[in-house]
Structures are given as C-alpha cells and as structure tokens.
Design a protein around this ligand. Structure first.
Ligand SMILES: [Zn+2]
Length: 119
C-alpha cells in the first residue's frame, strides 16, 4: 500500500518515516491506520504444511512449512498483519509432520533407504 507525505504529497517509500522530498517526519501509523495486510508467509507456510501431509515422504517439506509459518507468526506478532490463526495452524501441522517423520525413522531400522522415507 502506497503512502504519501502529509506535508508535500510526495510518495513515501514503504516503511519510511521521513519524507525524502521535504524532510518532514511522517508517523508510520499516520496515514495508513486502517491498512491491515495479510501476512504472506502465514499462507505460504500453511499451504506447504498441508502439502507435506498429502505427500507420503515429505518430512523435510513439513519442516519448511513449520519454518515459514513460524516466521509469519513472528511477523504478525511484531507487526500489524492478519492471519495469525493460519500461521499457528501451519506451524502445528508442520511440526506434527516432522515428528511423524522422526517417528517413522525411530520405528524402522536406521538404514539409508529408510532414512530417505523422512525426506
Ligand atoms: Zn514531504
């Protein structure tokens, strides 16, 4: 979402709090109070976690899903973005998928081929 300087009307860079044209300080919440954006990583992490559950040998994909969701959740908690529920769901599903992958490994003999099941 674009922001504009209250003083001179110049376009502001994203997350900038000083106008580059006139030098006026612009509060970050000043002219984008009602803008609450969807967190992209939360959705990406959730989708990746779901995909890891559909695929049979996808522990590593579940791990990626959990990491993406975790970063998304961190961004949502520290910012002003939506999709917290989705981020938490993606994180939990991803972690469960990783635990399930390790469970398979532990319950089989640790041969190379069986380790590959996880990945
Ligand atoms: Zn300005």
């Amino acid at each position: 979402m674009q922001k504009f300087c209250d003083n001179c009307g110049a376009e502001l860079k994203e997350n900038s709090d000083v106008c580059l044209k006139c030098g006026k300080y612009v509060s970050k919440t000043g002219n984008n109070e009602n803008v609450v954006e969807n967190n992209k990583l939360a959705l990406a992490g959730f989708i990746v976690s779901i995909i890891s559950c559909i695929l049979p040998f996808a522990g590593i994909i579940g791990m990626i899903g959990a990491i993406l969701s975790g970063i998304g959740l961190f961004q949502i908690t520290n910012g002003n973005e939506k999709r917290k529920g989705l981020a938490i769901a993606g994180l939990i599903i991803g972690i469960l998928r990783v635990i399930y992958g390790f469970y398979i490994i532990i319950n089989l003999n640790n041969s190379f081929n069986e380790l590959m099941i996880f990945f």
